[in-house]
Each structure stands twice: as C-alpha cells, then as structure tokens.
Write a protein that binds this ligand. Structure first.
Ligand code: NAD
Length: 419
C-alpha cells in the first residue's frame, strides 16, 4: 500500500493504475488482467509541422492512445492544450474505457492530445494543425477502428476540418469517423450539451440521495466552457442558484447567485468570463466557498489533500476528467461528501457521441427528445449500478465506478482469449 502523502505525488496515469488494480483485485481477477489493462494497447506519438501565418514553421507534438479494443472500436476526444502530457492522454483513454463500460456502449476507450495553445493561434493555423494531425494518425483511426471527438479547446469546427481531411484521404465521405460534428455534417441533436445534460442527470440522483433537491440548491461550477456553461444554463433553468463560476484566469462568486444569462451571453468561445467583472477571486478561493453542490468542470488535480478538508459542499460532481486526487477522494468520502466520479458524471458526452455514430451509420437522424430520453435511461441505470456496487462492496464511488466500468471489458478480453 502506498502512503497517503506519496499518492499525492502520483501523476494521473499512476493514480488511475492504482485504483484500477484495487478494482480488479476486488473482483478477484488475475494479475494478467491488470497487466493487460494498465496501459493502452496502442500509442502513437506524432510530430506535426504547421506553417504559421508569419511564414515560419512550428512543429507540434501530439498523441493518440487506444486503450483496449476487445469490446469494439476505441472512442474518445482530442484535447488541444499547452499542458497536455502523454501520461494524461493514456489516463484519459483508460477513463474512456470505463465510461463506455458503465454506459454499456460497444466501444473501448481512446484519447488524443496535442501540445498547443489554440487561444494564441489563428483560425488558419488551427485548421492546418487539425488536418495535419489527422494525416499523421490516419492509419490507426476510422469509423470501425477508433472514433475521435472534441475535448478541451476543440469544438465542432475542428471536428469538421478533421472529418473533411479524413474523407479526402479515404476518398469517400466518412461522417462516422468523428463525432461532435456540426449538425449539417451529420452531427447529432443534443451532442453539444450532452456532457452537461449527463452531469445534470447524475447530480439529481446524488442530491436525492443526499436529501435535497437541485431546485434551490447553491452550486459552484469551476470552468465555463462546453461542460460548465451548458451546465450553468440547465441548472439555472431548474431553479438552482449558481453562486460561483470560474475560468482559467479567475473566479466569480456571489452568495446571492450570479447573473447566469448575462455570463452565458458574454462568455467567449474559450469559456472566459472573469474579464467581465472587476472583483474576481482565485479558483482556489472559490472551490472552498460554501455551497450544496461543487462541480469541477475544467482541468485535473483541483481537489487535493490540501483543500479537501475545507470543501464546504454536500455533493461533488466531477464533470471534468480527473479533478480529484486519490487523497482528495478519501478525505471527501470520509467527511460524508457524496462524490460522483468523472467516469460516471461526465459520460454523457460519449453516450451522445455513440448516438451520433449510430445515426451516421444508419443515415437516419433522431429528434432531440429521442436523444435526451435514451441518454437519461442509460445514465440513470449507470448511476444506480455504481451506487449499488459502492454499497455492496463498502467502497467509495470512484472504486465502485472502476469496478462496474471495467467488468464488460474484462469479460470481452476473456472471451477473446487475451487473458
Ligand atoms: P472547454 O475548453 O470548453 O472549457 C474549459 C474551461 O476550463 C474554460 O472555461 C477554461 O477557461 C477553464 N480552464 C482552463 N484551464 C483552467 C485552469 N487552469 N483553472 C481553471 N479553469 C481553467 O472544455 P470542456 O469541453 O468544457 O471540458 C472541461 C472538462 O470536462 C475537461 O476535463 C474535459 O475533459 C471534461 N469533459 C468534457 C466533455 C465534452 O464533451 N466537452 C466530455 C467529458 C468530459
């Protein structure tokens, strides 16, 4: 067993491996299963030369990780961020496997990342980078191999360029190569807001268990991008009081509730809102303010051994991937705070991405109501399964989610004769 102080030093991949090992042990699977699943089956590192607007060339480093394809093709987003690392991409691909397992989708997990700062790039530079990345990974991706999607700082426009590039390479139209596309290119109704819708669904279940209602609850949301801003919109409509929101540069806090329609109207395309007010506080200060529900919806490693003792929420719902360290999870759980882990809370995105892929394969498109109803049915069942697993095995919700999320993949690997 690794000492608590040491687990705080682990990177996101090591942390994921530790919980995975515990989950597989609890289910009495052999060591060979852990050896197979602890790293992605395939990892491609690419270096992409991009002609910048000033005529110089910049070479960007990127990755595509495919965790395990025993269940079906791998699936997962592409992150454009200056701080993205290979360990993070690998961990994200493993988390995608668990999301797909929890939602019972016919996929394994995949993930991509490029070290770059889209906020400092022109549209032309971003387009050339997006197309260059697809050319670099084209051999290992495809509608029946590995299907990318958006993640931090990538969006429907970037998916459209990538789909167009892939279709040129393959010489036929390939909408099912990538999800999160604009509607006119085969996107699904409800995909844009699906992660936040999913967070709302599991949040209602968690609040019910904690003995209160989302209506009238005070909520803090870290991050005001795709996940955070749609979530603020839905919760505001449900009658929740959003007392805090933040972005990469600072946080807004008002115990009486923030003007969400104003912030939604004025946010920029990178989810920046802190420039709209004068009296900002820091992200760290905001996380520790009193609220009923705290939603980290930005980046990893936000709730740690250092601040978990001071979190004043009844429920934490992880919309972001990896926002809480292992020690942070332990402290929050011991303090009786119900923590809904990322692999469950943020699975709405991949579920509706799956719906998009199904619609592309059929060439037949669903109404938003159909999408929403199917999403709700899947996520409610997933929440119940994780909660029951946690109760039955007396574990925290994260370990329970790993157990429930890995089960199908292990069975598929066993039937295939891999373990
Ligand atoms: P986004 O790029 O749309 O928005 C990111 C937000 O986080 C912005 O408001 C940005 O200012 C803020 N941010 C960036 N760096 C920060 C920092 N250091 N401190 C505080 N805030 C910071 O990204 P998104 O798609 O909303 O994703 C947010 C999180 O949700 C990520 O962890 C992502 O992996 C996860 N997620 C997203 C989806 C999806 O479909 N978009 C699905 C599942 C999980």
């Amino acid at each position: 067993m690794i000492a608590a102080a040491k687990t705080e030093q682990l990177n996101v991949l090591e942390r994921t491996q530790l919980v995975m090992e515990q989950a597989l042990n609890k289910m009495s699977y052999g060591k060979d299963v852990y050896e197979l699943l602890k790293e992605p089956q395939r990892l491609l590192t690419v270096r992409i030369p991009v002609r910048m607007d000033d005529g110089t060339t910049t070479v960007f480093t990127g990755w595509r990780a495919q965790h395990n394809d025993a269940v079906g093709p791998t699936k997962g987003g592409i992150r454009f961020h200056p701080d993205v690392t290979v360990e993070e991409v690998k961990a994200l691909s493993i988390w995608m496997s668990m999301k797909c397992g929890l939602a019972n989708l016919p996929y394994g997990g995949g993930k991509g990342g490029i070290q770059c700062d889209p906020r400092a790039m022109s549209m032309g530079e971003l387009e050339r980078l997006s197309r260059g990345y697809v050319r670099a990974i084209s051999q290992i991706v495809g509608p029946t191999k590995d299907i990318p999607a958006p993640d931090v700082y990538t969006n429907a426009q970037i998916m459209a360029w990538m789909m167009d590039e892939y279709s040129h390479i393959r010489e036929f139209d390939s909408p099912g190569f990538i999800t999160g596309k604009p509607l006119v290119l085969g996107g699904s109704l409800g995909r844009d807001s699906s992660t936040a819708k999913g967070v709302t669904i599991v949040m209602k279940e968690a609040a019910r268990l904690a003995g209160f209602s989302v209506q009238g609850a005070r909520v803090i949301i870290q991050g005001f991008g795709n996940a955070g801003s749609y979530l603020a919109q839905f919760l505001h409509k449900e009658g929740a009081i959003i007392v805090g929101v933040s972005d990469a540069y600072g946080a807004l806090y008002d115990p009486d509730g923030l003007d969400i329609p104003y912030l939604l109207d004025r946010r920029d395309s990178f989810g920046t809102v802190s420039n709209l007010v004068e009296n900002c506080i820091t992200n760290e200060e905001m996380l520790q303010k009193p609220c009923d529900i705290l939603v980290p919806a930005a980046i990893s490693n936000q709730l740690t051994a250092a601040n978990a003792p001071h979190i004043q929420a009844k429920v934490v719902v992880e919309a972001a991937n990896g926002p809480t360290t292992l020690e942070g999870t332990k402290i929050l759980t011991e303090r009786g705070i119900l923590l809904v882990p990322d692999v469950l809370a943020s699975a709405g995105g991949v579920i509706v991405s799956y719906f998009e892929w199904v619609q592309n394969n059929q060439g037949y498109y669903w109404t938003e109501q159909e999408v929403d109803e199917k999403l709700e049915a899947i996520l409610t069942a997933a929440f119940t399964s994780v909660y029951n697993t946690a109760q039955q095995h007396e574990t925290d919700m994260r370990l329970a989610a790993y157990m429930a999320g890995l089960k199908k993949m292990v069975e598929a690997c066993t039937y295939r004769g891999w373990v």
